[in-house]
Design a protein around this ligand. Structure first.
Ligand code: ADP
Ligand code: MG
Length: 430
C-alpha cells in the first residue's frame, strides 16, 4: 500500500462564481446592509499576465488575460456626497466616507484599507476632470483571491469605475457588446491614480488595463508607453491546453516597499543611462549599455545592471511571444515548446536578475515543469502571490497534485489552484 501523507492531499481549486451567483451575493449583501435595492451590479475580473513582468512602469509591453474570477459590486447612487461601503470578505461593519473630505495616503483625508480602492476611484475620476460625482452605497462580493497576485485590487477599482461611469452618465465604458476602448483607457488611468495615490501602491497600470480592456478568448498586448492595447489570439481550449494558476498563498504586499524599491531602481538606471524609460534601451546594444551602467560608480551598480537586464530582456521575450501567438499556426509542437521556453526564461530572469520570486513561487514552477508543464513562471508583482503553468488540458490534475506534493515535502502550506480561462473585461450584469 502506498504511503499516505499530506502530499497526497487533493489539490483545492478556487472556482469562479457564475455571474448570476456573484450578482446575487452582492445584491443580498447590499439589501442587508442598506435596506434598499441597488441600481445594478457591476463586475470586473482579476488577471494573470502571460509574460512581460515589471515592464509596465518601464514603458514596456505586457500580455495579460482577464480571469473568470471577478469582483461584483452592487451599487446605488445617492443624492449627496456620502459613500457607504461593505464587503463580504472583510466582515466589517459599513464604512462611511465623505467625498469632500477624502484625500491621498499620508494626508488628513487618508482612507482606511480597502476603501481606498473604491472611494479612491471616485476621488481620482474627479481629479481627472470627470466630476463632480454623486455619492453612492456599494456592497462588494469578490471571488478573486485577496493579495494573491491576481489583482483583486484592480478588480475592485475597475468594477467601481464602470459602475460610477454608468450611474454618473460619464459615457466612457461603452457596453459589454461594444466596449469603448479609449474611454476604458481613461477609466483605467483613474484606477491607477487611485491605487498609486489613495492606496499608496506604486503599481504601473497593467492590472487596471487588463481588467477594463481585455477580451474573452484573447490575450491583450498592452504597450504601456503609448497605452495602445491589441488583442492576441489565445485559444487555450482549441489547442487542448489549460493555464493553471498556482496561488502559493505566500502573501505579498505591494505597499511594503520591495515593489517600490524595484521601480525606483529602474528609474535610477534609466536616468544614469540617459533614457526616459528602460523600454527605450535597444536589446541589440544591451551588453554595451550594461557595461556603462556597471561602470557608473554607484555603490549598487551591479544590482542596477541586473534589474535593467531583466526589464530589457523581458520586453524582448514579450515581443517574441506576441509574434509567436500571432503567426496563425496552432499552439502545438515546436511553437508550444517555444512559448513554454519563453515563460521559463521569464521566470529565471525574475528569480535571478529581478530577485522578486520566493521559495514558494520557485517550488511551484519547478514542480509544474517536472510534472510536464510546457512552461511555468511567476505572474504579477512577485514576492509571493501566484505562478502560472501552461499544461495539456488533461494534465491539469496531475500537475496540480505534483505541486501539492512538492509543497508538502518543503513544509509549505498547501497552495490553491485556479483555472485561467481568458475571460471578459469589466461590465454590467443584466
Ligand atoms: P492583489 O491585487 O494581487 O490581490 P493587492 O495587495 O494589490 O493584491 O490588493 C489586495 C487588497 O485589495 C486587499 O488587502 C484589500 O485591501 C483589497 N481588496 C481586494 N478585494 C477585496 C474584497 N473583496 N474585500 C475587501 N478588500 C478587498
Ligand atoms: Mg493589486
Amino acid at each position: 500500500m502506498q504511503h499516505s501523507g499530506p502530499g497526497d492531499a487533493a489539490p483545492v481549486f478556487s472556482p469562479a462564481l457564475a455571474p448570476a451567483q456573484g450578482a446575487a451575493a452582492a445584491t443580498a449583501l447590499f439589501c442587508e446592509a442598506f435596506d434598499a435595492e441597488p441600481d445594478g451590479v457591476w463586475y470586473a475580473p482579476g488577471r494573470v499576465n502571460l509574460i512581460g513582468e515589471h515592464t509596465d512602469y518601464n514603458g514596456g509591453t505586457a500580455l495579460p488575460i482577464a480571469l473568470p474570477h471577478r469582483a461584483h459590486l452592487a451599487l446605488r447612487r445617492r443624492d449627496d456626497r456620502t459613500v457607504r461601503l461593505v464587503s463580504s470578505q472583510t466582515r466589517d461593519s459599513v464604512d462611511v466616507l465623505d467625498l469632500d473630505a477624502i484625500g491621498p495616503k499620508g494626508t488628513p483625508g487618508e482612507v482606511r484599507h480597502w476603501n481606498a480602492y473604491v472611494a479612491g476611484v471616485a476621488w481620482a475620476l474627479e481629479r481627472d476632470g470627470l466630476g463632480p460625482l454623486a455619492g453612492f452605497d456599494a456592497a462588494l462580493h469578490s471571488c478573486v483571491p485577496l493579495g494573491g497576485g491576481l489583482s483583486s485590487s484592480a478588480a475592485l477599482e475597475a468594477a467601481t469605475a464602470v459602475a460610477l461611469d454608468e450611474v454618473n452618465g460619464l459615457g466612457l465604458a461603452g457596453t459589454a457588446a461594444e466596449p469603448d476602448d479609449a474611454g476604458r483607457a481613461r477609466l483605467a488611468a483613474s484606477c491607477v491614480r487611485a491605487e498609486n495615490e489613495m492606496a499608496g501602491a506604486p503599481t504601473g497600470g497593467l492590472d487596471q488595463a487588463a481588467s477594463l480592456r481585455a477580451a474573452a478568448g484573447s490575450a491583450l498586448e498592452l504597450d504601456c508607453r503609448t497605452g495602445r492595447a491589441r488583442r492576441v489570439p489565445f485559444d487555450l481550449e482549441g489547442a487542448g491546453l489549460a493555464l493553471l494558476v498556482i496561488d502559493t498563498r505566500a502573501r505579498h504586499s505591494l505597499v511594503d516597499g520591495q515593489y517600490g524599491a524595484r521601480r525606483a531602481a529602474c528609474e535610477r538606471a534609466a536616468r544614469i543611462l540617459g533614457v526616459e524609460l528602460l523600454a527605450d534601451l535597444e536589446a541589440a546594444d544591451l551588453e554595451e549599455r550594461l557595461a556603462d551602467l556597471a561602470a557608473c560608480g554607484e555603490p549598487d551598480a551591479a544590482e542596477l545592471v541586473r534589474r535593467t537586464r531583466h526589464v530589457v530582456t523581458e520586453i524582448e521575450r514579450t515581443r517574441d511571444l506576441v509574434a509567436l501567438l500571432r503567426d496563425g499556426r496552432p499552439l502545438a509542437g515546436d511553437k508550444l515548446a517555444r512559448a513554454g521556453a519563453l515563460m521559463d526564461a521569464s521566470h529565471e530572469s525574475l528569480r535571478v536578475d529581478y530577485e522578486c520570486t520566493c521559495p514558494e513561487l520557485d517550488a511551484a514552477v519547478e514542480a509544474a515543469r517536472a510534472a510536464g508543464a510546457h512552461g511555468a513562471r511567476m505572474t504579477g508583482g512577485g514576492f509571493g502571490g501566484s505562478a502560472i503553468a501552461l499544461v495539456d488540458a488533461d494534465a491539469v490534475g496531475a500537475v496540480a497534485r505534483a505541486v501539492v506534493a512538492a509543497y508538502a515535502r518543503e513544509g509549505f502550506a498547501p497552495p490553491a489552484f485556479l483555472d485561467a480561462v481568458p475571460s471578459a473585461p469589466a461590465g454590467r450584469l443584466a
